[in-house]
Design a protein around this ligand. Sequence first.
Ligand code: DON
Length: 592
Amino acid sequence: MPRPSLRLHFIVTGLLTLCVALAPALRAQRTPVEAERGMVTSAHELASLAGLEMLQRGGNAVDAAVATGLALTVVYPFAGNIGGGGFMLIRLADGRSIAIDYRETAPSAASRDMYVGPDGNVLTGPNSSTVGWRASGIPGSVAGFALALQKYGSGKVTWADVCEPSRRLATDGHVVSQTTAAGLRTYAKLLGQFEESKKIYLKGGAFLQTGDLWKQPDLGATFTRLQKNGPQEFYEGETARLIVDAMKKNGGTITLDDLKNYKVAERVPLRGAYRGYEILTMPPPSSGGIALLQMFAMLEPHNVSALGAQSAAKYHLFTEVMRRAFCDRAEYLGDPDFVTVPTAQLLDREYLKKRMADFSATQATPSDKIVAGLGPVKLTGTATPRTHLYSESTETTHFSVVDAAGNAVSNTYTLNGAYGSGVTIPGTGILMNNEMDDFTAKVGVKNMFGLLQGPANAIVPGKRPLSSMTPTIVLKDQQLFLVTGSPGGPTIINTVLQIISNVIDFNQSATQAVESPRIHHQWMPDQLSYERNGLSTDTATVLKSLGHSFKERASYEGAYQGDGETIMVDPKTKLRLGAADPRKGDSKAVGH
Ligand code: DON
């Protein structure tokens, strides 16, 4: 008979054992949000709900995506926009897939050296590619959303309907979250330089506080005009006139003809495969799809799952494929309507096998030893086909949508930097992008993401700047399986790589795959960056011994990499499993 204290010990141990036995119920990771019919996941709950509203009215995934995209303009001005552009990858339940490219274009007055000063240095300050009136490309968001709705929407939801949640949120106001209040404060220096932005986003310097009801009447009026006059309002109507007047007054570059001539491009999605899964992703002018498929092809011969999800061996291998893909990105990629992008050669399996021939499992390859793999190529002509041009008188965030029928949308769009160029067009509530910085301002000079870019991405009027945005959809046995993407400049491509690999190689749930720590390497600088607390000391020690140099993230995005708003469709139950990324304070997956 044990002594009383020992008996207590047995009882406690027994209870602990029971707890461990029940552990599956106490999951280490959040469970995904489950829904039987449709799911929307985005960086802001109110924008996800705007999409859900369309699904509940009988709209499809495209209707919902457009409503979510428009609503993010109001509740997530950090990146949501109608003053920027992006990419929408659609995969319809009937098997068709479409990449809608509504990326901004360079104004007609733009030129290769427009951001190079008389001293030969790249300009900083008010005339630069990053801040102010000369930093914007022609916005594509309104035209892109309108095209998507018109061609791929259900037909049950009108343009006025998809604008309505945004009009309501702007006119009646929404409650400011902690994340919104903090974001606006962090960028007070940028926004404070422009009167209209200061008035709207900084309350004249008094700042919006968490819990405030924030009304944006000018933006509400813009949405009312868009509802009444249709999307062409943005390119030819009162809104266009307000944009052009303000541009003229402030030395900006955008003209009325630039707006009128803006064209959305429909492109053929890139298709690749990884361990039997099919991957649909964004073609140029995104660099993301090519780089992603290159990296998967380089990983495939390796037994990644045997390495362990957060092992030094895995991080080493991933870093090596990242640096090789990013080197090719710098050399060969640009707008396919202006330069020949050697897509097929870059994705050729034999080429990628050769690209990894100098890979060593025990030694990092210094980035300056990696050169562009195809040698010099001719950069003229048109290589990637456009299937259709849209010409009817009609800082980055990702959202994913799946509807009851199995249609899916993966959308990434952007103002480029947080709050874009900092400029708000007076009287409209429209915050403008600073996408011109994604072009090569000068060969050999890094852009705001530290990316080195080449002549393929030089500025030409009408051209689209090279992007890293990588909206992606994964199929299993020809069935919809995963819808994902992320913001984060060049880190986007590596975030998407890791989310998909987490699912395929490590059998992680949607939430685990999204929440797991991420790494990033972009060839130059030769630096492996990791999230705060995202790399154990042991792992770092091994990586260091292989010759890697490190940086803990503390850059433009804070300590965390990306915001991978993801939806998985359970192959057996067909449940939609929504995984909002906890790295964004207001992100939310909502379903029905
Ligand atoms: O298109 C691109 O690659 C960039 N303009 C994306 C910028 C971005 O993701 C900023 N994110 N946090």
